[in-house]
Design a protein around this ligand. Structure first.
Ligand SMILES: [Ca+2]
Ligand SMILES: [Ca+2]
Ligand SMILES: [Ca+2]
Ligand SMILES: [Ca+2]
Length: 220
């Protein structure tokens, strides 16, 4: 009888422990998990990382008012550049300490942008980093930053954007060079998140970029 009680008690505590462990695992934020090699240029779909997708890049803001991507009323070739990432996972994603570099800054290991502490992306949420200025708008409810160094410096004719995590491991890079035809619009994955990179206007006619939203202007 005593033995049965012990067995039942052991079974009970084991189940409780298992539930506890599973619960911790589910509520925890998840690190980015590479699902493919990402050394290939951006004209390939290989550089998709589970949970942190580079969905859109504007390295060549259109001239004139049409190029005021950050919505601050001033078109600036550097300030209106942006990159858009999306948490495509079902977990919250802590990107604190993630860093963005252009080719020059990678050499000197001084990031163009470093996400501040407590930067957490909800499942499905986007984050946009502009080159600078004072971003003004809703941007689909995404997190919005101006680059911490005040410039992304994505050189139009030849450059590489590199993304590192908080451990300074390279997650992936985006090679502008293969697309360096002065598009005066962004490159976006189309369909969003999973497609190849295309010029934005070919995904949504007349719309040159969509910081924080899908190509059709809806929220992620
Ligand atoms: Ca540029
Ligand atoms: Ca602007
Ligand atoms: Ca550059
Ligand atoms: Ca977009």
């Amino acid at each position: 009888m005593k033995s049965n009680i012990s067995k039942n008690y052991l079974l009970f505590t084991s189940i409780i422990s298992l539930i506890f462990i599973l619960n911790i695992k589910c509520s925890k934020t998840q690190d980015v998990v590479p699902i493919e090699d990402t050394t290939t240029p951006i004209d390939s779909t290989n550089n998709v990382y589970y949970g942190f997708v580079l969905n859109e890049v504007l390295y060549d803001p259109p001239s004139g008012n049409a190029g005021d991507a950050n919505g601050d009323g001033n078109r600036d070739a550097n300030q209106d550049e942006f990159v858009e990432f999306v948490n495509s996972s079902e977990y919250s994603l802590d990107i604190s300490g993630y860093k963005l570099f252009d080719a020059d800054r990678l050499v000197t290991n001084t990031p163009n942008h470093e996400f501040p502490t407590n930067t957490v992306l909800s499942p499905g949420q986007a984050v946009v980093v502009f080159g600078g200025g004072t971003p003004n708008g809703n941007f689909g409810g995404s997190l919005v930053f101006a680059a911490s160094s005040q410039v992304l410096n994505l050189t139009n004719d030849e450059d590489i954007l590199t993304v590192k995590n908080s451990n300074d491991s390279t997650l992936f890079s985006f090679d502008v060079t293969v697309l360096s035809n002065n598009p005066n619009e962004s490159y976006t994955r189309f369909p969003d998140l999973h497609g190849e990179y295309v010029q934005h206007n070919s995904a949504n006619t007349g719309i040159l970029f969509s910081p924080g939203t899908k190509t059709d202007g809806s929220s992620f």
